[in-house]
Design a protein around this ligand. Sequence first.
Ligand code: ATP
Length: 222
Amino acid sequence: MSQNEEMTQEQEQEQERTLRVGLYGGTFSPVHNGHVQAVKAFMKQMWLDYVFVMPARIPPHKEARNLPPAAERLKMCELAFSGMEGVLVSDLEVRREGPSYTVDTLRALTAPDTRLFLLCGTDMVLTLDSWYRADEIFRLSYPVYVRRENDPVLEERIKGKLAEYMEKYHKMVRRIVVDPIEVSSTQIRDMVRRGEDISPYVPAAVCRYIKEKGLYRDGQEE
Ligand code: ATP
């Protein structure tokens, strides 16, 4: 039986009694089309009832000098996901003091009859075991990953890492299949600084917001 068939059967069986909730965290500075595509595919392929898109107040995994205020990153997510059924942009981490640890968010979302799924891009899934309280993250959720690039060399690295996770945490990390949109927020910020057109990579309403607020222009970052 293929992995997809297994998934479908399992999902059909549990769907009636369990709420399936996704979590997609990030800095979202700014949110871009890669993020939007990932959320859509996550909803569909994991049969989710809803997904929380969760901008971090202070991202623990990255250096984020001169990050725009969390309220602005939150607003851009609201614009990007507006009208998408089942997608809830949450201010839970933005309101929480200190570093935005995923484990704290998963604890807050844990509820009876609820199965939590955690979506990560390639870079994040490769380092998941170094996240704060990784063991608990694996206990509280089912991590899944999405490729954000076409580089075939990464396949082996990902495979090896997933085997490690299986051994260490006894959980299979599934893959969301997409045709990757190879874009990053860093690229978008660089493009804005250079005065280039970001509209092919960013939802239109977010593009307008960045322009109106003058985000990511010279002197604002790095
Ligand atoms: P930066 O360039 O500032 O590091 P980023 O583009 O990686 O930002 P984040 O907000 O840090 O964006 O990412 C949030 C989540 O989205 C992470 O799990 C990341 O791996 C994933 N992600 C980022 N870009 C893509 C993409 N193009 N396709 C799919 N997933 C992505």
